[in-house]
Design a protein around this ligand. Structure first.
Ligand code: DC
Length: 225
């Protein structure tokens, strides 16, 4: 059967990554979490104390950076210069820095190139902000996931607690709101739905329902092809 590219875009904590991971398992595809790649860039910048507003410093870290992805049943493992940083990139300060650094041209150019290389053979579900619009505009199936801010903040908050992280609901809410605004209002590859994306509101859906819904679209497409 033909192996296609499935793009899933949407704001932070809209359920993209979890849905992508489970859907990939169900179809037998790999899941590529592009947010994790920008997070790894942010961690590199933090470690090198890079001034991200200085293009020459950004160019320097982007020319030296080595990001590797390993696909596992439990999501992507991200390696920065050979070190597994999958946990460290989930810290709140890295979320903020990832959003800021992802607005920089050199960072996007390098990451988009890597993402295209990783997804070129198909059989992949790629989640992010600009997958259906910029990275894979010809993806056979595109989804744009949304959910009300309060619900997304509640999900992220519960996720932090479940991982034994300190969390304050109001802070989580504010951070998501700021990041959504930054990601959707930036000049380069802003968060906007592709014209041909199917919009999914996950506000009232369980994870299983989200996966089943997307799987239904996938099956319909494959039956028709
Ligand atoms: O999906 P995430 O929350 O882990 O992504 C972290 C940041 O990376 C997000 O705030 C914006 C950026 N990002 C992006 O600009 N383009 C993508 N395709 C994925 C993420």
């Amino acid at each position: 059967m033909k192996k296609i590219i499935i793009a899933i875009d949407g704001p932070a904590a809209s359920g993209k990554s979890t849905t992508a991971k489970l859907l990939a398992r169900k179809i037998g595809y790999v899941h590529l979490d592009t947010g994790a790649m920008y997070r790894a860039c942010a961690l590199a910048a933090k470690r090198h104390q890079t001034n991200i507003d200085d293009p020459s410093q950004i160019m320097k870290i982007m020319s030296d950076i080595k990001i590797d992805i390993q696909y596992s049943n439990n999501g992507n493992l991200i390696f920065l210069d050979g070190e597994d940083v999958s946990e460290e990139i989930r810290e709140p300060d890295i979320s903020r820095l990832a959003s800021a650094i992802s607005a920089k041209r050199h960072v996007r150019e390098k990451m988009v190139e890597l993402q295209r290389e990783l997804g070129k053979s198909g059989g992949v579900i790629v989640d992010g902000r600009d997958i259906g619009t910029v990275v894979f505009p010809n993806a056979e199936l595109k989804f744009f996931m949304i959910a009300p801010l309060e619900i997304r903040a509640q999900r992220r908050y519960q996720e932090l607690l479940a991982n034994n992280k300190k969390a304050n609901f109001q802070e989580v809410l504010r951070e998501l709101k700021e990041r959504d605004l930054a990601d959707s209002s930036r000049v380069l590859a802003p968060l906007v739905p592709a014209k041909d994306a199917i919009q999914i509101d996950t506000g009232d859906l369980s994870i299983d329902e989200q996966v089943d819904l997307l799987y239904g679209y996938y099956q319909n497409l494959m039956v028709g092809s």
